[in-house]
Design a protein around this ligand. Sequence first.
Ligand code: ITT
Length: 205
Amino acid sequence: NLLIVATRNEGKAREFRHALEPLGLEVRSLADYPGLPEVEETGSTFAENARLKSQTIAEALGLPVLADDSGLCVDALEGRPGVYSARYSGPGATDSSNNAKLLGELEKLKQGEDTDQPLLSPARFVCALSLYDPADASELTAEGFVEGWITSEPAGGGGFGYDPLFYLPEYEKTMAELTLEEKQAVSHRGAALRALTDKRAGRRG
Ligand code: ITT
């Protein structure tokens, strides 16, 4: 039972494997399918970009494909970086350059305030999933999110992306300090996957 996930992000692929292999699915990512087209993420919403990725890759392979479009929305930055999360710090962006850019933007807003408070702004991670089947051009979608705070004190070596800066008050930890298991239980991706699995079971009746 094969499931292809249209991602080149190894952190995402690891989380999908962890969540789906216990359900008896063998997860493959785009690392297993070299030479497929680069999908330009031209949508203005996470859901549109997820659909662009799932449909393009599913049509290229002639197989059902799952795609994930996700990102971080920061209140103090009016929702940025949002759908631009992966390329926030410009061409050649990496997780660490994006994290540096985010802290830089938030520090700018703090100018003049003499506070050592590490929690800079409320924020949420959002994940849109799209499962596209080219056989009947059908799409199954789901979204999930998690609320937290951006901290000026990065911590943890787990996860990927903005996880070291995303503080969860109820755990008193950042997302990067959680195990894969714990992250799946609270994360935007875990919530979206549970919603998608429920919908799929419902559709099968
Ligand atoms: P694919 O399109 O190949 O899946 P990508 O990394 O470009 O990979 P997105 O366009 O969806 O994926 O961008 C997601 C951005 O949001 C990227 O900067 C991630 O680091 C960040 N992000 C998404 N989920 C995250 C998570 O669980 N923890 C930390 N950062 C996350």
